[in-house]
Structure formats: structure tokens, C-alpha cells
Design a protein. Structure first.
Length: 84
């Protein structure tokens, strides 16, 4: 569940009910994540090392991405030049 700081102030009962159900409540302020609220006594989930993430290395076989910096520069290059 995601709630804003305003919603937390105006509807604390809903947030507490979600926490009691075992949900993690993500608190946002002006659209940016500021905190995660979990039930007392629960251990926060440990962060996995980046190499353990399922998405790690998913494009390792792509020839066009062998040089990541060149690929990013090509993506950021304007598609149309005004001097043509």
C-alpha cells in the first residue's frame, strides 16, 4: 500500500489496518518515497546484492551493448538535426 503524508494524517486507521494485515505501507511525501511502515516485531527484508537480482546480466549477450557508455551516448543523441 502506498500513502502520502497527507493521507497518513487524515486516515491513520486505514494505514494501521493495512499494517495489522501484514502489509508494508510505503509513505510518500510530494511523490517521493520517504519511509516504509511495517508491523512491529517483523524483520525488514534484507537487500540483496545487485548480482543476486534476477535482472542482473539480462542483456550481457547483446552485441550493441558491449560498450555501455557508447550505447547511452547513442540513445541520448538527438534523432533529428536541424541543420539538415
Amino acid at each position: 500500500m502506498r500513502v502520502s503524508a497527507t493521507e497518513l494524517r487524515r486516515k491513520p486507521r486505514l494505514v494501521l489496518a493495512a499494517v495489522e494485515r501484514g502489509e508494508a505501507v510505503i509513505l510518500t511525501y510530494r511523490g517521493k518515497v520517504k519511509a516504509t511502515i511495517i508491523a512491529a516485531g517483523e524483520k525488514p527484508r534484507p537487500h540483496l546484492p545487485i548480482t543476486e537480482d534476477p535482472a542482473f546480466g539480462m542483456w550481457k549477450d547483446r552485441e550493441d551493448m558491449k560498450d555501455a557508455s557508447a550505447w547511452v551516448r547513442a540513445q541520448r543523441r538527438p534523432r533529428y538535426r536541424s541543420d539538415q
